[in-house]
Write a protein that binds this ligand. Structure first.
Ligand code: PXP
Length: 249
């Protein structure tokens, strides 16, 4: 089976920095260290309220990724402001996510089917600029089929409910969510869409997810940045990498 890529979501370093309003800890330094430790790319979400990543981080992260010849995955809401920033920045990929001011994190998948005009237009503009558009969606056939209709090259499945079920030790729900992920990954793959997954993944849940052969990339943030406090970023990344490789054997 092919090697699965690991993207590190760096937002949480910026959350800690912004708690004090200074320059440390620097998400760009963390991204450099993560790339040196072997991650395959950096993901960063420039939110409308700039609560963690800010505009100058994104520019600096793009430069660090370019210098390491690694992709930057720019997470963004489907707004005119963010589309304009993406078109100027020209990251390798742009992951379109739903965004609500009140939420602590990206809570659900993007409603693609019900917003085909706006999302489709964003996909078209990004694709025309050479940016790989990815849609962060639930494991719902309706959303996958809508993504295929708008010719999105990539979908990222929201694994939040699956990972929450594991932590809450609800084995029935976990199995049901894993089944949905498997079926969704198969459908997207059949429709010619590259499959990614992310949200809430940790050392316990990664083996189940990385095992699915259609999944080409995982984007992991909160757990790895948290674990870095105890083990160091390098060690945390290596352990996650080893678990992903083990699952693929
Ligand atoms: N992928 C997307 C699209 C996300 O919005 C997030 C959360 O920022 C992640 C992956 C990573 O999730 P987590 O931080 O829970 O690992």
């Amino acid at each position: 089976m092919t090697r699965i890529r690991l993207g590190l979501n760096i937002d949480h370093v910026a959350t800690v920095r912004n708690a004090r309003g200074g320059a440390a800890p620097d998400p760009v330094r963390a991204a450099s260290m993560a790339l040196a430790a072997g991650v395959d790319g950096i993901t960063a979400h420039l939110r409308e309220d700039r609560r963690h990543i800010i505009d100058k981080d994104i520019t600096a992260l793009k430069a660090v990724c370019d210098a390491g010849d690694k992709p930057l995955n720019f997470e963004m809401a489907v707004t005119a402001e963010m589309v304009a920033i993406a078109l100027k920045l020209k990251p390798h990929a742009a992951c379109l996510v739903p965004e609500r001011r009140q939420e602590r994190t990206t809570e659900g998948g993007l409603e693609v089917a019900g917003q085909a005009d706006t999302v489709g237009e964003a996909v078209r503009l990004l694709t025309r600029a050479g940016i790989r558009a990815s849609l962060f969606i639930a494991t719902d056939p309706k959303q996958i089929e809508a993504a295929a209709r708008m010719k999105a090259p990539v979908v990222e499945f929201h694994t939040g409910a699956l990972c929450d079920a594991w932590r809450e030790q609800d084995r029935g729900l976990f199995d049901a969510e894993l089944h949905k992920l498997r079926v969704a990954a198969e459908l997207a793959d059949e429709l010619g869409i590259e499959v990614h997954a992310g949200h809430g993944i940790d050392y316990d849940t990664v083996p189940f997810i990385a095992k699915l052969p259609q999944i080409k990339e995982l984007n992991i943030g909160h757990f790895l940045i948290g674990e870095a406090i105890f083990a160091g970023l390098d060690t945390a990344i290596h352990r996650m990498r080893a678990l992903m490789d083990e699952a693929r054997k």
